[in-house]
Write a new protein. Structure first.
Length: 145
C-alpha cells in the first residue's frame, strides 16, 4: 500500500462531498468546516507562521507531540478568507494526528483531488493550497531531522 491511509476525519469529509453533488453545497461545506475550527491565538499570527504564496493572509503554527519521526503532528491555522480557512480545516483533517514521517508521505494533492477541489479552485487558490501543503511538509521534515 502506498503511504498512510487518510484519517477518519478526512474520510468523513470525502463521504460528505460524495453526498453533496452540487458544487455550491460543497463550497458552503468547506466554509462551515472553517467556521467550526478552533480559533487560532492572535499571538501566533506572526511573520514566522505566515505562509508565503497565498493571496489571502494565512498562518500555520505547527504543534508536535513527541520527538523524531514518530512525533505526532498537529497545527493551528487561520486565514482572513473564509474559503481558505475552510481549506485549512480540510488540511487539518488530512494531517492532524499523523506522525511527522507519515506527513511527508501523504500525497495531499491526490487526496484533495478526491474532493474535486482542484477543478473548482482558482489558480491563485490552488497555488495557495500548494504553499500551505509545502509549509506543513517542511515543518514535518525539520522535525524528522
Amino acid at each position: 500500500m502506498a503511504g498512510p491511509m487518510a484519517s477518519a476525519e478526512f474520510e468523513e469529509i470525502v463521504e460528505t462531498f460524495e453526498f453533496l453533488e452540487d458544487w455550491e453545497d460543497r463550497y458552503r461545506h468547506v466554509i462551515e468546516l472553517g467556521r467550526a475550527m478552533a480559533p487560532m491565538d492572535e499571538a501566533l499570527k506572526t511573520q514566522a507562521t505566515r505562509v508565503e504564496g497565498c493571496a489571502s493572509q494565512v498562518w500555520i503554527h505547527p504543534r508536535l507531540d513527541g520527538t523524531g519521526a514518530l512525533a505526532r503532528f498537529d497545527f493551528a491555522g487561520d486565514s482572513d478568507a473564509m474559503i481558505v480557512r475552510g481549506l485549512i480545516a480540510v488540511l487539518h483533517a488530512l494531517y492532524s494526528g499523523q506522525s511527522v514521517a507519515e506527513v511527508q508521505t501523504i500525497d495531499a494533492i491526490a487526496e484533495l483531488r478526491r474532493l474535486g477541489l482542484d477543478e473548482h479552485l482558482s489558480s491563485q487558490r490552488s497555488n495557495g493550497l500548494r504553499a500551505m501543503v509545502a509549509r506543513i511538509r517542511s515543518v514535518a521534515a525539520e522535525a524528522c531531522a
